[in-house]
Design a binder for this molecule. Structure first.
Ligand code: GLU
Length: 454
C-alpha cells in the first residue's frame, strides 16, 4: 500500500460538485457528510467547483451551489475552481509526461468500441490493449504531420496491486491488470475529471475523500495517480447511494432540489438532521445543534446497502424541528406583530413555519362564527360574562374553565369544545391556555358574545 496520511494531521475534506445542474438531496448528503467529518475533527471543509467541462458548466449553477450550501449552514472554509487552475495541471502533467506515466493515443471512439466488442466476443474483459504505447517518435511525428492530435492516457502500474482501507466499505483490492489505462486528457487539450481531481486533492491538502460509491473504480486508478505525483493518498470512504422509497434511484429524488424543498416548507435543520443519519441505523435526532451532530458523526455507522430517502419522513422531522425553532430564528418569517409568546404558543401545531400566519389570524381575528344550539349559546353567554368579570392575571383559561365547571357541571368536551369553537372557530389548535392571553380579554369576550347571539 502507498503511504497514507497519519492520524494527527489537520483533517481537510472537500465537496467537489460539477456545476452542470442543481444540487439534489444525494449531493447535499455528500456535502453534509464531508462538513460533519471536518467539523468533528476540528478541520477544514473546502468547496471545489469541478468546472473543467466548459460546455456544460454554468455560472448560475455555481451561484446556486453556494446559495444552497449557505442555506444549509455548510459554509466552506475555502473555495477553489478547477477552471482557474489550468497552470497547475499543466505543470503536474508535464512531470508525468517526463516520467512516462502518461502517453499519447490516437484511437477514435469507433475504433475503441470495435476493440471492446472483439474482446467481449472472445469472452475477455474489455481492457485497452495499449497499442499506442508501441508507437515510435517517428510514428508520432507522422501522425502530427497528418493533423492528428493525441489524447492522453495514464499508464497504470500493472505490477502493484491497488489497495486501500475504505472508511465505509472496508478493505478494497483492485488488480490493475484488469483495468484500462484511463484517458486523462482529450485531444483538444481539455481535462477529464480523474487527474485534475487528484492534483487538486494534493494541492489542497485533502486528507479525506468521502464521496459516492459510483467513484470506487475511479479511486482505484486515482490511488496510483497520487503515487505518481509523489503524494500520499488521502483516506477514502465511499457511501452507498441514496434511493427513493420505491427502491430505485427515482427521477423525483434526482430532481429534488433545495428550492423545491424550501418551497415545500422544509427547514435546513430538518434536512441536515435526516441526511446526517440516513444510511445508518441510528435514530434521527431532530436537534438544531449541528455541532452535536458532528460530534456523533461516525463513518463506521454507515452500511453498504443503499440508503432510502423518504420524503414523508423528512416532513415528520421538519415538524419536530419547527416545534423547537426559537423565535429569533423565525421572527423575520412571521406576520408583522406576531410576538415571541405567540410563536411559542402556536409552533407545536405547525408542520411548516408558513402555517403560523393562519394561527396568528385566529388570534387577531376576525374569526368566522359557527352556529351553536340554544343550550350551548346560553353556556357561551355565561362564559362571556364570567370572562369579562375576571381579573385577567395568571392562568386565565384555567380560571375561566374552573369557574364554568363549577357553575354548570359541564366537564371534558362539553366544557372545553364550545369555548374553543367560539374563540377560534376551530375544533383543534394550540393550547388554549397559551392562546387566550394572546387573544385578549375584550376580544375574547366579544367573540363569546357574538357566538352566544348566534
Ligand atoms: N466532480 C466530481 C463529481 O461530481 C467529484 C467527485 C469527487 O468527489 O472526487 O462526481
Amino acid at each position: 500500500m502507498h503511504p497514507t496520511h497519519g492520524m494527527n494531521e489537520f483533517v481537510t475534506t472537500r465537496f467537489a460538485p460539477s456545476p452542470t445542474g442543481l444540487l439534489h438531496v444525494g449531493n447535499v448528503r455528500t456535502a453534509l457528510h464531508n462538513w460533519l467529518l471536518a467539523k468533528k475533527a476540528g478541520g477544514r471543509f473546502l468547496l471545489r467547483i469541478d468546472d473543467t467541462d466548459a460546455e456544460r458548466s454554468r455560472e448560475e449553477y455555481v451561484a446556486a451551489i453556494r446559495a444552497d450550501l449557505a442555506w444549509l449552514g455548510l459554509v466552506p472554509d475555502g473555495e477553489e475552481r478547477q477552471s482557474a487552475r489550468g497552470d497547475l495541471y499543466e505543470r503536474e502533467f508535464a512531470a508525468l509526461v517526463a516520467q512516462g506515466r502518461v502517453y499519447r493515443c490516437y484511437e477514435t471512439a469507433q475504433e475503441l468500441d470495435l476493440k471492446r466488442k472483439v474482446l467481449l466476443g472472445r469472452g475477455l474483459p474489455p481492457i485497452y490493449d495499449r497499442a499506442a504505447l508501441a508507437l515510435s517518435e517517428a510514428d508520432h511525428a507522422a501522425l502530427a504531420d497528418a493533423g492528428e492530435k493525441p489524447h492522453w492516457r495514464f499508464l497504470l502500474d500493472r505490477d502493484s496491486a491497488i489497495e486501500w482501507l475504505d472508511g465505509i466499505r472496508g478493505p478494497q483490492h483492485f488488480d490493475p491488470r484488469q483495468m484500462s489505462d484511463p484517458v486523462v486528457r482529450r485531444a483538444d487539450g481539455s481535462w477529464l475529471y480523474m487527474l485534475p481531481s487528484v492534483i487538486d486533492d494534493v494541492a489542497m491538502g485533502v486528507t479525506d475523500v468521502l464521496r459516492g460509491e459510483d467513484h470506487v473504480s475511479n479511486t482505484a486508478a486515482q490511488v496510483q495517480m497520487f503515487a505518481a505525483l509523489g503524494a500520499p493518498a488521502p483516506r477514502f470512504a465511499h457511501e452507498a447511494l441514496l434511493v427513493g422509497t420505491e427502491g430505485k434511484l427515482s427521477k423525483r429524488l434526482g430532481s429534488l432540489g433545495m428550492a423545491d424543498l424550501r418551497a415545500a416548507g422544509i427547514e435546513p435543520e430538518a434536512l441536515v438532521a435526516l441526511l446526517a443519519r440516513l444510511g445508518t441505523s441510528d435514530p434521527v435526532d431532530p436537534s438544531l445543534d449541528a455541532d452535536a451532530l458532528a460530534a456523533s458523526f461516525d463513518l463506521s455507522r454507515f452500511g453498504r446497502a443503499p440508503a432510502r430517502f423518504d420524503e414523508a419522513e423528512l416532513h415528520r422531522i421538519n415538524a419536530a424541528v419547527v416545534h423547537r425553532l426559537p423565535y429569533a430564528r423565525v421572527a423575520h418569517l412571521l406576520p408583522a406583530g406576531m410576538s415571541e409568546a405567540a410563536w411559542e404558543a402556536i409552533r407545536p401545531n405547525l408542520a411548516h413555519i408558513g402555517e403560523a400566519a393562519e394561527w396568528w389570524q385566529v388570534v387577531t381575528g376576525p374569526v368566522e362564527q359557527a352556529d351553536f344550539d340554544d343550550e350551548t349559546r346560553g353556556y357561551l353567554e355565561l362564559a362571556a360574562d364570567t370572562l369579562a368579570a375576571m381579573q385577567w392575571t395568571g392562568d386565565c383559561w384555567h380560571e375561566l374553565t374552573g369557574e364554568l365547571k363549577q357553575a354548570t357541571g359541564r366537564k371534558g368536551k362539553a366544557l372545553f369544545l364550545p369555548l374553543r369553537q367560539a374563540l377560534t372557530a376551530r375544533d383543534h389548535g394550540p393550547d388554549m391556555g397559551a392562546l387566550l392571553p394572546l387573544i385578549g380579554q375584550d376580544t375574547a369576550a366579544a367573540r363569546l358574545r357574538a357566538a352566544a347571539a348566534g
